[in-house]
Write a new protein. Structure first.
Length: 121
């Protein structure tokens, strides 16, 4: 998928939907947001070693700024750190894991191409 679509998918699912679900399950918005914030910061801390100190510090600063903005009603800044995390962490990790596989993928393509390939099988 194009990077913009992947960023939007992560933003919709891991930011907007997760917070919405937490608010639904919580007694109030502030409690839910605090838990949401703690979860994101903890998740980033868990991959700190793999990110390296410089990249981790930059991402944490961007995440913290996005959380502050989100708390004030503007969640859009989350997209900045999501893009960096995808391109500088998840994509290289995916490529590394794919290179370790014994068998190559049967097919690669965008969503429409994959669907077409699978329906033709």
């Amino acid at each position: 998928m194009p990077l913009e679509d992947r960023v939007q998918h992560s933003y919709d699912n891991y930011i907007l939907s997760n917070l919405e679900e937490m608010v639904t399950l919580s007694a109030d918005w502030d409690t839910a947001f605090n838990e949401f914030e703690r979860g994101l910061l903890d998740a980033l801390t868990r991959i700190q070693k793999r990110l390296g100190d410089t990249r981790y510090s930059t991402l944490r600063a961007n995440l913290t700024a996005a959380l502050s903005s989100h708390r004030l009603g503007d969640p859009e800044p989350h997209k900045k750190w999501i893009e960096v995390l995808l391109t500088q962490y998840y994509d290289p990790m995916y490529n590394y894991q794919m290179a370790k596989r014994d068998l190559a993928p049967l097919f690669r393509g965008n969503e429409a191409e994959v669907i077409s390939y699978l329906t033709a099988q």
